[in-house]
Design a protein around this ligand. Structure first.
Ligand code: PMT
Length: 401
């Protein structure tokens, strides 16, 4: 049974060209078993007729705060209490500004203020509007209040611009909604430590060696493990991501810092997952001052020394050894290289990702992985990292008994 069965989703639609995609979103939420009621702002009705949403949701569409007949059928306070989730998709810059200010001047914003249900926004707007300091500040305010943001994605926009501000695709939003309601107790009472993101290895006070890891895979695993009941410690390299709810986060910069934090956290955990992209080497010397180019200099070299292998150090322990999982980011011979790392590092499981494709692996919302352990290999279908993380956590929970 879908995890949206019997879930009541209040879908708010604000004004924007992406409103036409919300018709498909209604369909996808309903396919997953949700009961959907739609609230449209005045702006949204300029783009799509309420009748479309009435037909797709099989419920009357709510448009007016002061409509006596609608209030008689289901008053706005009743509607606010009815919802298990309010999802606004598309969420315009205008609706974000009103929510950040606590305004309630139409039905949608009034419902948001009157409801205790979680609120998720799928922003959609022109890239310059999304990047504007006012919108950034509103998004920050809303995030601090616990509002969930799904997207926006980046790419070409209806106005011809290219950049961030595209509403996520309906299928992605339906998957996010499903993830939000997914509950599992498979890791109840277990302690999980996860490393995520890149490390930075200083060359001098202004330069460093690093990689393209965004931390998304590790953060998604942390959120999924927490949802499955685990007590989660997330050791994060320098990334630009919000800490998942109820997760204990330790921020680090270098591989050496991550090593120290991981060694001590792993003493008290049952499962250790190494999703970080740790730099294998660091500069042998860190210059105290910014290194200057010499007159006529055409080349230079930086001597490197090896960093500790964090996951191997934990997996080869004889005492206080958790169930230990590594990741392998490979561009060729993915499975063979991953298999060799599984053995060389003494891991219980390795998750191989092919990072030769730009639409998965490093710094993408998607990934495509194969899980390898002593029992064999299993390939998971390409999916959002949030979705894959849920599947991986269930798999790990079943093996780490
Ligand atoms: O962060 P994202 O943008 O979401 O991207 C996710 C990811 C691609 C970074 C992630 O899924 C991933 O594959 N992480 C491991 C990347 C990597 O560096 O793999 P590796 O083959 O170099 O290392 C193998 C394993 O050893 C990894 O578990 C790594 O965390 C660990 N390792 C490596 C070196 C080192 N010094 N210490 C380690 O613990």
């Amino acid at each position: 049974m879908s995890s949206l069965a019997d879930k009541r989703i209040l879908l708010g639609i604000s004004g924007g060209i992406a409103a036409y995609k919300s018709a498909d979103l209604v369909r996808r939420l309903k396919e997953r078993g949700a009961d959907v009621r739609v609230v449209m702002s005045a702006g949204a009705q300029e783009f799509v007729q309420p009748l479309t949403f009435q037909a797709l949701s099989a419920n009357p569409v709510h448009i007016d705060l002061l409509d006596p007949s609608a209030e008689a059928a289901m008053g706005h306070i009743e509607l606010a209490k009815w919802a298990d989730l309010i999802l606004i998709a598309p969420a315009s810059a205008q609706v974000m500004a009103k929510l950040a200010a606590g305004m309630a001047d139409d039905l949608l914003t009034t419902l948001c203020l009157a409801s205790e249900a979680p609120l998720a926004l799928a922003p959609a707007m022109n890239q310059a509007m999304w990047r504007h300091a006012a919108t950034s500040a509103n998004a920050q305010t809303l995030k601090e209040r616990g509002v969930i943001f799904w997207g926006p994605g980046a790419g070409s926009q209806a106005c011809g611009d290219v950049g961030p501000g595209r509403m996520l695709e309906p299928e992605n939003l339906a998957e996010h909604t499903e993830s939000l309601f997914h509950t599992s107790h498979s890791l109840q009472g277990r302690k999980v430590v996860i490393t995520a993101g890149p490390t930075r290895e200083a060359i001098d006070p202004v330069r460093f060696l690093s990689n393209h890891s965004s931390g998304k895979m590790g953060f998604a695993l942390a959120a999924a493990a927490q949802s499955a009941g685990a007590e989660v410690t997330l050791i994060a390299g320098p990334v630009n991501l919000d800490t998942p709810p109820k997760v204990n986060r330790i921020d680090v910069i270098s591989a050496q810092d991550m090593y120290e934090a991981a060694k001590s956290a792993a003493d008290h955990c049952d499962i250790f997952i190494s999703a970080a992209a740790v730099a294998d080497f660091r500069p042998a010397q860190v210059a105290e001052q910014k290194i200057k180019k010499k007159d006529g200099q055409d080349d230079d070299a930086i001597a490197l020394i090896k960093n500790p292998d964090i996951v191997a150090a934990i997996a080869t322990r004889t005492e206080l050894r958790p169930f230990t999982i590594g990741f392998a980011a490979e561009t060729e011979q993915v499975l063979a290289h991953a298999q060799s790392k599984l053995q060389r590092k003494n891991l219980d499981m390795i998750i191989a990702n092919d990072v030769s494709q730009s639409d998965s692996g490093f710094n993408s919302d998607h990934n495509a992985v194969t899980v390898i352990d002593a029992g064999g290999q299993s390939r998971l279908a390409p999916a959002l990292k949030t979705d894959l993380a849920r599947q991986l956590i269930e798999l790990i929970a079943s093996k780490a008994q």
